[in-house]
Design a protein around this ligand. Structure first.
Ligand code: P6P
Length: 336
């Protein structure tokens, strides 16, 4: 059996990829891994702890009912970023505004992190996979000063790193720093993320499509045509149609497509005319991973990582997945 490579060893080995960084990004990625282990522990025991399951009793800025575990995870990551010293500020799905850390220690931080602490949290109570998504930028503002909104509102192309943690049948951390995508599985017996999926590549095509088909009559009619003609038809050379796989947790649907090939579609609808998913801490980070793995991520018309953000919690229509499937699906779209 080959030697296990821990995430920490992997990060240190790759540190030389960043001559300008004197270890801060490595430490930040390690901090994210530690916070993820704590959240993983909480997620896996949530059913046993009365104050972990269920709704928090309020709604977040998204108008979504916050779950107790959303808040627990959010606080866990924020505390980790505050104490690590590499981060001068954050923005999170669970907080109305961005947060500039005010200690002199944190103001020296080189990076800002935008994250969704627990995506798919409506699935927590029914024991379906959920995930954390994170996006890391170098600050634009001067070290020593407070982080600014401008630090948070950068295009996806300016990300220095991005990744997700999937609390699934196992806990996995998958990330990129622009030099490929690597996946690590948490070994609960040694408490370490270990390299399990080196150099991940998204298959150029696939036979899995993920969409909430309840929306199919309230979105671009071309999507209904795409699903009917490409996904729900036995095409030449095939002996069955595609398979629909949609579990209501973007991280899980994306991870499956990254490994098996597939497409995830959350379009603009008459209910969500700008789309449902958030650009800064859901769409951008997964777009970075998708492109690094050979896939595509667009609004259906525009590359996600080209978009200049205009609002902190900006929503966009979202198509992400295998290159050929993406090109096919986009060719059906009727609306600009
Ligand atoms: P719907 C979860 O809230 C989420 O942001 C994604 O993880 C998921 O794919 C989508 O929304 C589910 O939305 O409208 O299908 O319930």
């Amino acid at each position: 059996m080959s030697k296990l490579t821990t995430l920490h060893e992997f990060i240190m080995d790759r540190q030389s990829d960043f001559p300008y960084a004197s270890g801060e990004l490595s430490r930040l990625l390690s901090d994210i891994a530690v916070a993820s282990k704590v959240v993983s522990k909480d997620v896996r025991r949530a059913g046993l702890l009365e104050n972990f399951l269920g709704a928090q009793g309020n709604t977040n800025i998204q108008g979504e009912e916050q779950q107790k575990l959303d808040v627990i995870a959010d606080n866990q990551f924020i505390q980790m970023f505050k104490s690590g010293g590499e981060v001068c500020g954050i923005a999170s799905e669970e907080n109305d505004d961005f947060m500039a850390f005010e200690s002199d220690f944190s103001k020296q931080g080189k990076y800002v992190v935008l994250f969704d602490p627990l995506d798919g949290s409506s699935n927590i109570d029914v024991n379906v996979s959920i995930g954390t998504i994170f996006s890391i930028f170098r600050r634009k503002s001067k070290a020593g000063e407070s982080a600014t909104l401008e630090d948070m509102m950068q295009t996806g192309d300016e990300q220095v790193a991005a990744g997700y943690v999937l609390y699934g049948s196992s806990t996995m951390l998958v990330y990129t720093t622009g030099r490929g995508v690597n996946g690590f599985t948490l070994d609960p017996y040694i408490g370490e993320f270990c390299l399990s999926h080196p150099n991940m590549k998204m298959p150029e095509t696939g036979r899995l499509y993920a969409m909430n088909e309840g929306n199919v009559n309230i979105c671009d009619p071309g999507i209904k045509e795409y699903i009917k003609e490409k996904c729900q038809t036995i095409l030449e050379g095939a002996n069955r149609p595609y398979s629909g796989r949609y579990i209501g947790s973007l991280v899980a649907d994306f991870h499956r497509n990254l490994i098996k090939g597939g497409i995830y579609i959350y379009p603009a609808t008459t209910v969500d005319p700008e789309g449902k998913l958030r650009l800064l801490y859901e769409c951008n980070p997964l777009a970075f991973i998708a492109e690094q793995a050979g896939g595509l991520a667009t609004t259906g018309h525009e590359r996600i990582m080209d978009i200049k953000p205009t609002k902190l919690h900006q929503r966009v229509p979202y198509f992400i997945g295998s290159k050929t499937m993406m090109e096919e699906a986009m060719s059906y779209l009727k609306t600009e």
